[in-house]
Design a protein around this ligand. Structure first.
Ligand code: NI
Length: 149
């Protein structure tokens, strides 16, 4: 049966500060620039969640978008919207960069979606900053099957 992907857009607003205790104040400033501002700052984040599914011939409708909305809402939006990302336990020992945030969002979603269904997570942080993660190669079911076939 044919497979197709759908990407759905979600939004949340959150504060953060790029800073790590593993570096000196001077090194933090050099690494993160104005994003190291002690008072923090905020972003209107956009999350793009791409899921793949087979397309049933009867309905032509693959992904249950209502269910997807529920999962993303519970796992991501409620957790981060109008929060300080630096206070999230998952960021206790890693910085709140776009890279780390997109990885965390992937981890939060992939445990709730069937294997192989979550295809990609995109994160727009600013007008010019876009981050994305599509999982590690070992998680790709097509490649796993290919090795044995
Ligand atoms: Ni920022």
């Amino acid at each position: 049966m044919a497979q197709a992907s759908v990407t759905r857009r979600y939004r949340f607003c959150a504060a953060h500060r790029l800073h790590t205790d593993h570096l000196s104040p001077e090194e933090n400033l050099a690494a993160f620039g104005k994003c190291n501002n002690p008072n923090g700052h905020g972003h209107n984040y956009v999350v793009l969640v791409t899921v793949k599914s087979t397309v049933p011939t009867t309905t032509g409708k693959g992904v249950d978008l209502d269910r997807l909305d529920q999962i993303v809402g519970q796992q991501v939006i409620t957790r981060f919207d109008h929060h300080d990302l630096n206070q999230d336990p998952e960021f206790a020992d890693r910085t709140t960069t776009g890279e780390n945030l997109v990885l965390l969002i992937w981890d939060l979603l992939v445990k709730c979606l069937p294997t192989g269904q979550l295809e990609k997570v995109g994160l727009i942080e600013t007008r010019d900053n876009y981050f994305e993660y599509a999982g590690s190669m070992s998680q790709a079911p097509v490649l796993r099957e290919g090795r044995h076939g």
